[in-house]
Design a protein around this ligand. Structure first.
Ligand code: WTA
Length: 635
């Protein structure tokens, strides 16, 4: 039996037990069996959750791109590594072989070096889903630079915050991007962001839409001519197992975004291992994850996990609704996709359309369907199972986080019997614990609590870039000696896990994590606003939507409310991005507060969800009278 590839339920239990009883041996075998090392480790794991400090495969030497590209060249250099499917179906798809990817990455790596990038430097990547994005990330990894990809839907202000937080000295972008029928002026957003980023010395600009853009003398350079001149040879930087690979930002409950730092060897081993098993990838399969690479799902399961397995991975530039709602299924048919991985919000939005959009296409290539990003509701699960999987492709409901680097709880298709809305069983190496309100672990089955992980796994983030204290406070302080996920979960009678949702002030809207604090900050910066509170409420397609309660200053009270709403929304779009705009904004005279001055979000959440029958005891509030007023004016 190989630890690397699990083939039936008995094997899963066997492997899982081993991974818990002798984790070091287990991971050592996985790492030995399947990867290329320049030097092997002296020690598999050392850890201390109180500091917290976690080290996997200590003193091993490697380069992740040798594992993702070079080692496949001898055996299948001509195999397609990346199928790039453009926004417009009339434009040709690209098939980039491993050989070609190798050349492209080397050239890009040389361009980075020529522009002063060295091992350890941070490079911000703000690109749409074009091949240059994958190549840029791998080029950074090749020379040991740390990439920090910022989703190209974020605003100038959000881009500036992230660029400065990681102290990036280079930014890679494109003239613009296509999004369905629209084009987006990415370079314009970058120019605005960089007004506040004095440390960015160089901007490399890929040409995608051919728009007329401003190029700042001495700072901005077109990428393509530099690539054409660059050498195809580039020696990889030899990295330590614990050298940083990338930073990726995620929202927190408070203040600035958290730059989760992932390191090299553990991340590689875990993403490759999970990819292989959770998608049951077989030689010559075509795998497609519809996420944007700007999110962790794209990092781990469009790029690194698939390439480390020598897979063919699809990279899609477009959106599910363009030119019509059949676009996903058209792409599945066109490229004969075998594994398809998407988000519940996409499933719900497609399930609302006529079935003809699905029935027009041949989906018989599909073998595995995946879901990620938020709990999948029963209705969406069945629609996906019936209409896309035709009841024969197992659905893997994969639970994980930016912080965890890879999938943590998920069925293994054709191995774990699935159950709608359940992420089912922990992956080998993952030891979940459910905690009660007193901080005690809930043992046994049929329990409901807060989800923690009590033993390290290779791909866990090692710190928050530049703020280790915040890393400790956020994840390792709520429960002693455990990593706290911020999610609630239940364990059913057979030990299957079901994730019930966030228990902190992060709201997941259309699969995107949004912290309430940064949105409130953006609203409060409006000159007419005194104070605000954002809560989530259930939404048919988005999963959750945002509801804003806003107190105006006296000067704002006389203003037209619709105009104010527009301005507030614009302010949020400028500060964070359009995804953070609330569905509803209600102006109120006060917010329900505890005597210590904390906003009672529980009450606001109930009002936003139109569920005011059981608000609990409001008499202990500082201002109970405000609750009735808010209810009577609510939407
Ligand atoms: C939620 C995405 C239920 C959860 C990979 C988690 C899920 C947050 C699932 C992380 C799932 C993700 N079922 N909830 N299958 N997958 N979540 O960092 O609340 O963008 O904490 O990582 O999404 O979101 P992130």
């Amino acid at each position: 039996m190989s630890n690397y590839s699990i083939k039936n339920l008995e094997e899963y239990f066997q492997v899982y037990r081993k991974s818990v009883r002798e984790p070091e041996n287990f991971w050592e075998e996985v790492a030995e069996e399947h990867f290329t090392w320049r030097k092997k480790w002296d020690n598999v794991l050392s850890w201390d959750f109180t500091k917290p400090e976690i080290k996997w495969f200590e003193n091993a030497k490697l380069n992740i791109t040798e594992n993702c590209i070079d080692r496949h060249l001898l055996t299948h250099g001509d195999k397609t590594a990346i199928i790039w499917e453009p926004n417009d179906p009339k434009e040709d798809a690209l098939h980039i072989s491993y050989k070609e990817l190798h050349e492209r990455v080397n050239k890009f790596a040389n361009v980075l070096k020529q522009n002063g990038i060295e091992k350890g430097d941070r490079v911000c990547i703000y690109l749409p889903m074009i091949p240059e994005l994958s190549v840029a990330m791998l080029a950074c990894a090749k020379i040991g630079a740390i990439h920090s990809v910022v989703f190209a839907g974020f605003s100038a202000s959000a881009l500036a915050t992230r660029t400065n937080d990681a102290d990036c000295k280079m930014l890679i972008t494109s003239d613009g991007s296509f999004r369905g029928e629209k084009t987006i002026d990415l370079k314009g957003i970058v120019d605005k962001a960089l007004e506040d980023c004095p440390n960015v010395e160089t901007v490399l600009v890929a040409k995608r839409i051919g728009s007329d853009i401003n190029m700042k003398e001495g700072r901005d350079k077109w990428l393509q001519p530099l690539l054409e001149e660059a050498s195809e040879e580039c020696e990889p930087e030899i990295m330590d197992a614990e050298d940083p690979l990338f930073i990726l930002y995620t929202s927190g409950s408070t203040g600035t975004p958290k730059g989760m730092l992932h390191t090299t060897a553990g991340y590689m081993v875990y993403t490759a291992y999970t990819f292989k098993n959770i998608f049951q990838y077989k030689e010559n399969d075509v795998y497609w994850c519809t996420a944007d690479i700007g999110w962790i799902t794209g990092h781990s399961y469009i790029l690194y996990g698939p390439l480390a397995n020598g897979a063919t991975t699809v990279m899609f530039e477009g959106i599910p609704s363009y030119p019509d709602y059949g676009r996903f299924w058209e792409v599945v048919e066109k490229h004969k996709v075998n594994q398809f991985y998407t988000a519940p919000t996409a499933i719900r939005s497609l399930a609302k359309r006529k079935l003809e959009f699905v029935e027009k296409y041949d989906l018989s290539s599909l073998k595995v369907l995946g879901s990620v990003g938020e709990p999948i509701n029963e209705e969406a699960w069945h629609w996906y199972n019936d209409n896309i999987g035709k009841k024969k492709s197992p659905i893997v409901d994969t639970w994980w986080q930016t912080e965890t680097g890879g999938i943590m709880i998920s069925p293994i298709p054709y191995v774990t019997p699935s159950k709608p809305t359940y992420a089912t069983l922990p992956f080998p190496g993952i030891q979940p614990a459910l905690m009660d309100a007193e901080g005690k672990e809930l043992k046994g089955n049929q329990v409901d609590g807060r989800l923690c992980i009590k033993f390290p796994w290779p791909s866990m983030a090692r710190t928050i870039y530049g703020n280790h204290q915040r890393y400790k406070d956020t994840y390792f302080s709520a429960y002693e000696n455990k990593y706290f996920t911020g999610d609630g979960a239940m364990r059913d009678e057979v030990g299957y896990y079901r994730i019930t949702g966030r228990v902190d002030d992060v709201i997941i809207v259309s699969g995107h994590n949004l912290g309430t604090a940064p949105i409130e900050d953006a609203i409060n910066e409006h000159p007419a606003v005194a104070e605000s509170a954002i809560v989530g409420f259930p939404h048919e397609v988005k999963g959750n939507a945002l509801y804003g309660f806003v107190i105006l200053k006296e000067t704002g009270e006389s203003r037209n409310q619709d105009n104010l709403r527009k301005e507030i929304n614009q302010q949020i779009a400028d500060k964070i991005g359009p995804i953070a705009k609330p569905e509803k904004i209600q102006f109120v005279s006060g917010l329900p507060k505890t005597r210590s001055g904390k906003i009672m979000r529980r009450i606001l959440r109930k009002i936003a969800s139109n569920d005011t029958s059981n608000l609990g005891d409001t008499s202990t509030l500082l201002n109970p009278e405000v609750v009735d007023e808010i209810i009577s004016n609510s939407f």
